[in-house]
Design a protein around this ligand. Structure first.
Ligand SMILES: C[S@@+](CC[C@H](N)C(=O)[O-])C[C@H]1O[C@@H](n2cnc3c(N)ncnc32)[C@H](O)[C@@H]1O
Length: 180
């Protein structure tokens, strides 16, 4: 799973080395934060590209968090209470500046975003690797979901913040390597 920025034309590009036939989804992570330019539509989304390494992949439909129906009155109380599965467009706020989740790491991703990815695409006990872990969001989400994890970053601040975050989790676990 790769999170990439949009190009100036607004289209996603496959990372170098990616195998196009193993491409499964482009997920739009849409958020709404910060200023609004006056000359074009505000660019408020990231593109998450999902590839599979082989022709078999994990997709845990039953484990995915559900979201409210847009018009719950149209689907009946039972369905409305259960919610619906998300599509390939995910509306999720960035980490709010005043939230407890906030670490101060500038590119920190919200835990809910990574949580959904890991629930869908991994099983308990499996190994999740993030070679650009930043503030360690993937490690925290993996730990909470009972996945093992391997985290790497070449920024000393990422190393420090990730260790702090993980030490606050119920059962501290460290599998962290500095690339220097
Ligand atoms: C977008 S941030 C990751 C944010 C992370 N998902 C989080 O929630 O905090 C990308 C990270 O890649 C790291 N990085 C960039 N180049 C790297 C490299 N060559 N080796 C290891 N880490 C690298 C940066 O230090 C940065 O922390």
């Amino acid at each position: 799973m790769t999170v990439t920025s949009t190009t100036s034309e607004g289209t996603a590009v496959h990372p170098e080395g990616a195998v196009p036939e193993r491409f499964l989804n482009e997920i739009i992570w849409a958020y709404d934060y910060g200023g609004r330019p006056k000359d074009w539509w505000p660019r408020k989304h990231d593109n998450i590209l999902w590839y599979s390494k082989s022709d078999r992949w994990t997709f845990n439909l039953g484990g995915i968090d559900r979201i409210p129906y847009m018009v719950p009155g149209l689907v009946g109380p039972e369905k409305a209470a259960r919610g619906k599965l998300p599509t390939d467009t995910w509306w999720m706020t960035i980490v709010p500046t005043n939230s407890r989740e906030r670490t101060g790491y500038p590119t920190q991703k919200p835990i809910g975003l990574v949580d959904r990815i890991l629930r869908a695409s991994s099983n308990p006990g499996e190994l999740v690797a993030d070679f650009f872990c930043g503030s360690g969001t993937t490690g925290v989400a993996a730990k909470r979901l009972g996945r093992r994890f391997l985290l790497v970053d070449n920024n000393p601040a990422a190393f420090r913040i990730t260790n702090e975050r993980l030490s606050q989790e119920a059962e501290p676990a460290v599998a962290l390597f500095d690339t220097d």
